[in-house]
Structures are given as C-alpha cells and as structure tokens.
Design a protein around this ligand. Structure first.
Ligand code: NAD
Length: 256
C-alpha cells in the first residue's frame, strides 16, 4: 500500500510512464505527471488519474533535457518518495551519420536527467526515511542493436547509474533498480504498424511477429500495465533487499 507516498514519473503523459503512473496510483500513491509540453491535455491526464484512483495527481511541465528543469521538477513535487526516471526518445542511424544534436538530446533526456532528478530526490527520500528510485532502462540497457548508438549507450549508462545509486544508499531504507522492458505496445509503437505493413506488404500480425518482435521469443508485447506492476513490486516490502539490479520484462529477449 503506497498511500501517503508521492511518486514523480518523468515523461508520463503517454506510454510506459503513464502506465506506471496508473499502477502506482492504483496502489495508493499520489503522483506527479510530467512532460515538456504545457497543454490542457497534459493536465487532463493528471485529472483522470486522480478521479480514477482517488489520489492526488498533478501535472508539472519540465523539459528533461534541461538540468535546471530536472531539479525544478523535484522541487515542485514537494515530496518525492518514489522517483521513476522514464522520459525517453529514439533516433535510428549508423554511427557515422548519427546527428550530433540527436546524440546530445538522447543522452540528456535519458541519462543525464536521471542523474539530475536522482540528485535532487535523494535528500528528500533521506528526510522522509524511505525511498525508491526506479529507472526505466531497456533490453537495450543489457544488449546492443545496430543504428541505436545513443539509445543503447544511454540505457547502458542508466543501468550503471542505478548500481551507483544503490551502493550510495545501501545502508538506508532506499533502493535503486532498473526495469528493462523489451518491446512494449505504446502509442509510439502502435503508430509504426500501418507504415510497416505497407512497407513490407505484410498483415498486422506478421509485422508484429516477424519485424517488431523478431528478438522477443514470447512473440508478445509487454504491456504498460506489466511495467507499472513491476514498479509497484519494487516499491513493496518484498523488494526491500532488491537494489542495484535490473528486472527484465522482455518475453525472453535477453535469454537469447
Ligand atoms: P512514449 O513516447 O509513449 O513516452 C515518452 C514520454 O516521454 C512522453 O510522455 C513524452 O512526452 C516524454 N518526453 C519526451 N521528451 C521529453 C523531455 N524532453 N522532457 C520531458 N518528457 C519528455 O514512449 P514509451 O515507449 O512509453 O517510452 C518510455 C520509456 O520507456 C523510454 O525511456 C523508453 O526508452 C523506454 N522503453 C520503451 C520501450 C518500448 O518498446 N516502448 C521498450 C524499452 C524501454
């Protein structure tokens, strides 16, 4: 039961971050939703979570590519008992053609933001006498793929940061872990299906199994709810001695 705890989830207006926010709220946590935009729809996401789960939920705009905005997000949250570093983007290109600004943006949003948010959150967790850092890494935090230099480097870096955060808090009631999802059917992924069907002249199911889930032996997507429930587990007493490690939710990808 996470009643009375406050969770900050970066990049949580859609996809995995939104799924994690819903599951933490279902478990009773108050949640702070974040993205870099400031639209009515962003605040509506927070209102819907509050109404659905009967918790306090609010939206705080902060661009995770900006170190000062990362610190400001944690400050604006008030309490931060649970920090979920989730914001992320992707860009696919061979190393020699990888745009420098995409490399910088991916490292900033997916790795440096986790450092800045963790640095701002740990004093609050220490003051509260309890804390959980949950980093949303990836199967690409443990394995590589061609053309994803920045993403794979950022996710491996995030797994490394997770270990250091765990060691620095090892004697305290604070843990830090990374969840490593395989392919998850988020709106972002769903949107790619029609184009890929056209490109390869394949049916929807064929695209999913042969193109998208090529490396996922279960041939099924993980769901945002499953990632959220893994985060809830990491926040439960059963996970008190789990720290500095990764939990794969990847249908067997990293067993290959
Ligand atoms: P998504 O695009 O649905 O969600 C990404 C979220 O990050 C959005 O809310 C977006 O607004 C936010 N965001 C982007 N740039 C931001 C910025 N500068 N500042 C603040 N917020 C920003 O994608 P998703 O699939 O839900 O991905 C979420 C996380 O999960 C990412 O870190 C991604 O690498 C990781 N992941 C996804 C998959 C997958 O298959 N979908 C697999 C493994 C890991």
């Amino acid at each position: 039961d996470l009643s009375g705890k406050t969770a900050v989830i970066t990049g949580s207006t859609s996809g995995i971050g939104l799924g994690v926010a819903h599951e933490l709220a279902r478990a009773g946590a108050n949640v702070v939703i974040n993205s870099f935009t400031d639209r009515d729809a962003d605040h509506a996401v927070a209102r819907e979570i509050a109404e659905t789960h009967g918790v306090a939920a609010r939206y705080v705009q902060a661009d995770m590519s900006d170190p000062a905005a990362c610190a400001a997000l944690i400050e604006a949250a008030g309490a931060c008992d649970i920090l979920v570093n989730n914001a992320g983007i992707q860009h696919v290109a061979p190393i020699e053609a990888f745009p420098r600004e995409k490399w910088d943006a991916i490292l900033a949003i997916m790795l440096s933001s986790a450092f800045h948010c963790t640095a701002a959150a740990l004093p609050k967790m220490r003051a509260a006498g309890w804390g959980r850092v949950v980093n949303i890494a990836s199967a690409h935090g443990l394995t590589g793929s061609p053309y994803k230099a920045a993403y794979v480097a950022a996710k491996h870096g995030l797994v490394g940061l997770t270990k250091v955060a765990a060691l620095e808090t090892a004697r305290e009631p604070i843990t830090a872990n990374a969840i490593c999802p395989g392919y998850v059917l988020t709106p972002l992924v769903e949107d790619q299906i029609p184009d890929t069907m056209e490109k390869y002249g394949m049916e929807r199911q064929e695209v999913i199994e042969k193109v998208m889930l090529e490396r996922q032996p279960s041939k099924e997507f993980a769901s945002t709810e499953q990632i959220g429930q893994t985060a809830v587990f990491l926040c439960s007493p059963g996970a008190d001695q789990i720290t500095g490690t990764t939990i794969s939710v990847d249908g067997g990808w990293t067993a290959l």
